[in-house]
Design a protein around this ligand. Sequence first.
Ligand code: GDP
Length: 432
Amino acid sequence: VPVVAVVGRPNVGKSTLVNRIIGRRQAVVEDVPGVTRDRVPYDAQWNGRRFTVVDTGGWEPDAKDRAAAIAKQAELAVQTADVVVFVVDVSVGATDVDEAAVKMLRRSHKPVILVANKADNQNLEMEAVSLWSLGLGEPHPISALHGRGSGDLLDDILSALPDPPPIVEDGPRGPRRVALVGRPNVGKSSLLNRVSKEERAVVDSVAGTTVDPVDSLVEMDGEVWQFVDTAGLRKRVNQASGTEYYASLRTAGAVEAAEVAVVLLDAAEPISEQDQRVLTQVVEAGRALVIAFNKWDLVDADRRFYLDKEIDRELKRIPWAIRVNISAKTGRAVDKLAPALRRALASWEQRIPTGALNQWLTALTQATPHPVRGGRAPRILFATQAGVAPPRFVLFTTGPLDAGYQRFVERKLREEFGFEGSPVEISVKPRK
Ligand code: GDP
């Protein structure tokens, strides 16, 4: 695991920055001059990359006694680090001690990221420019206390880390994996037959991939797709005879193996509890979702009216699902399936740049702050996207958020950035 050492004079806000990086209040909060501290390592993670942050005591290279001991610790931390984050207090500017520290950092030949901390407002942020004089490259103005700029700093720390060990992949990425699920008789085999007939069923395996014999490769819209666990569908076994329990196990397996699920609903029938369970399976597994209303050829104006109402009522919790109205029987709109799958997968893998995310969030929370509860209103300090497939966000806050407010944030996040066809996970990390 790569190591990031945070060094700087006493009182420049190293520990606050470390807290910010690790997302909790565990590090010592103040660095009181003269208080000896050993190097303290913490586990940290950013954008799925793990690293260790080492908090050091205040660094006074030329100081005597205890301060000298701290300096020694800091030097050790630098020596063992992959990247050094050198923190300067921008409200004070570069001091002699900072200059002396720079010399030592140079000798270490480690990549150094210069942080101009306490840039709590725009004026102070401008001040950061003066720190170019230290000769350590571009200063990163941040406010460790308020979170300002910390996301971008973390992005830069990550890019300074040594390359992660390569992920061993056998050849090019295989075709997109699709689960075709839905209750018995909804038209799964008919749809699979339709797309295999209309488009071209791909019999031989695609270069560089191994396809499970229970899967089907089908070309749709110029792209090969892997429909997972379709053996039962191909054999046209009578699924109605299987118990629902086994059907649901089968669905779970297919959904787990897939990146995106097509949930087939019978447009001619009311949306049933069993349909809801299949939808829930997909959402809880965190897979991209396309809802295909099949048997559209049976839908007349009357049914259409009731269906709209049913959709409003029954699919309220997943307004983001992409919907297509198809008929496996007539072939109606079956060509809409591949574009819908692509759109859902793009959302599923979408990554929002930290800067854009936090700019949006700041505007949102300023316009609509969290309601006051018991005399206090928790604040969202900043947000990070912890991962993709599905997109996962972490909100760092001053306290727990109301479920309603969290839903509001998710709704606004979707309004701003899309994510049609993909679940989005939002977790809250209240500062202790
Ligand atoms: P599965 O159990 O989900 O695989 O469903 P099947 O594909 O076996 O279809 C069940 C029944 O619905 C069969 O009688 C199909 O002919 C019929 N069916 C499937 N798709 C459509 C459609 O789009 N329109 C109509 N009218 N019938 C369909």
